[in-house]
Design a binder for this molecule. Structure first.
Ligand code: IMP
Ligand code: MG
Length: 435
């Protein structure tokens, strides 16, 4: 395996940051291909916790980072992350795609204004300007990294700004709060982009040459499959494609060069923001999972909604991504819960279905059909760290049965098991992972 795409199989926050950090030691280059600073990837190394929003998390391991054309870039956030990495003694080797779109203060304002105007139909966005930036991209008024080298930057910036103002007026705001800032925000963004200019390059060209010369590339997905703009629970989704195919469109690397897809799934489900969530637990068990799992949004600080594992959704996501291998995370959080429930089908209008309906409204009304599985305990005097180091065969048998159940339903094989935030709390099944 020379190239590997890692994607989230649920609603984000599956533990991709940790999994990617673990795997990145086997790769030379780590790549982000979609999303923007709505992402929050947490990596714990010893007593240090790193939180990445735009930079690929594998960069803490000294790998070359690439930000693909499919990413939307908030230059302030990326510069802050570069500075923080350097301040902690890391060399920063980075390519930022010249084709990536820029998130500006106008987009950030618009995100909030649009959310507020949705009333009880709010998506619960991270308010980082993601939706408006992707809208501008699709409307062909966006400003890209390469525009900062262009003679017509001012024209493009003005076009983007006028478009934003029209949309602000459309939601009933009388005056645009950005009018007086027009000139100054462009000057500030020119300064920020000057600081980034040493990293700017043609990311597709760079990656294809690197792959041709034998370098190993890890593609790092953000958000999750059920937040995908096409395949997720629309309109309660993010504005990019989060599925593995986006690793190609979001970088300029042809699909034929993508070898394997690893899907990351949490042992239970969480969702931050609004939208259907059939297995959501609004009881004491849900609160316990939320607290034990530290289920608080990395970017927004909102508590995440928690629920049982949804195998209908996981099966759908595994198929969409073509994930042949899985990483299952946070199994430790479910310790001592007995029995455990997993959703294997939904009941919709009196019929049992085994797929995810397209209509989010209909989806919000399905009733999960559960199967109960026996829970597990941590053997007395042992820690998950010790158990992880002894390998898969020494894990509690009910935990292994839980994993086998997931494998049968998804027809993918478990390659990595995470039993805690630390690197040492990871169990690798080498024969499946194949690296
Ligand atoms: P946006 O991406 O900020 O537009 O938010 C759209 C939806 O995706 C909201 O429900 C967010 O909570 C959710 N979302 C966006 N990024 C992430 C993430 O990295 N993890 C989990 N949820 C996310
Ligand atoms: Mg996150």
């Amino acid at each position: 395996m020379q190239t590997l795409v890692v994607v989230g199989l649920q609603w984000g926050d599956e533990g991709k940051g940790k999994v990617i950090d673990y795997l990145s030691e086997h790769f030379d280059i780590v790549v982000r291909f979609q999303g923007g600073s709505n992402a929050g990837h947490t990596v714990v190394v010893g007593d240090q916790t790193y939180k990445f929003r735009v930079l690929p998390s594998g960069m803490i391991r000294g790998k070359i980072g690439v930000i693909g054309n499919g990413v939307v870039i908030d230059p302030e956030v990326i510069i802050r992350e570069i500075d923080a990495l350097q301040a902690s003694g890391h060399a920063v080797r980075l390519i930022v795609s010249d084709r990536a779109h820029i998130t500006t203060p106008f987009h950030i304002q618009l995100d909030s204004i649009q959310e507020d105007s949705r009333g009880d139909m709010q998506v619960g966005t991270t308010r980082r300007g993601i939706g408006p930036t992707y809208s501008d991209k699709a409307s062909r008024v966006g400003v890209r990294v390469c525009d900062f080298k262009s003679e017509i930057l001012t024209v493009r910036w003005k076009g983007m700004q006028e478009n934003a103002e029209t949309r602000i007026r459309a939601v009933g705001k009388q005056t645009s709060p950005t009018d007086s800032e027009t000139g100054s925000s462009l000057v500030r963004y020119q300064q920020l982009m000057d600081q980034l200019s040493q990293y700017v390059g043609d990311c597709g060209d760079f990656l294809c040459s690197a792959i041709e010369s034998g370098e190993r590339v890890l593609f790092e997905g953000a958000q999750g499959t059920l937040l995908d703009i096409d395949h997720g629970t629309y309109p309660y989704v993010t504005s990019s494609n989060c599925v593995a195919a986006a690793a190609s469109t979001g970088t300029g690397v042809p699909i034929t060069l993508l070898d394997t897809v690893l899907g990351v799934g949490k042992a239970y489900s969480t969702r931050v923001g609004a939208g259907p969530f059939p297995t959501e637990l609004k009881d004491q068990t849900g609160i316990m999972i939320q607290q034990r799992g530290g289920e608080i949004g990395t970017v927004t600080g909102r508590p995440r909604r928690c629920g049982w594992l949804d195998l209908v959704a996981l099966r759908y996501a595994t198929r969409l991504n073509g994930a042949s291998i899985l990483a299952i995370t946070k199994l430790d959080v479910l310790t001592d819960i007995d029995p455990l429930r997993v959703c294997i089908a939904y009941e919709m209008n009196g019929t049992e279905i085994r797929n995810v309906p397209a209509d989010a409204h209909a989806y919000s009304q399905v009733v999960p059909v559960y199967e109960e599985l026996p829970g597990w305990v941590l053997p007395p005097g042992q820690t998950w760290r010790e158990l992880a180091s002894k390998g898969y065969d020494n894990l509690p048998s009910n935990l292994r049965e839980y994993l086998s159940f997931i494998e049968r339903e998804t027809r993918a094989r478990t390659a990595l098991i995470s039993l805690g935030p630390d690197r040492a709390e990871t169990c690798i099944i080498e024969r499946v992972l194949g690296i």
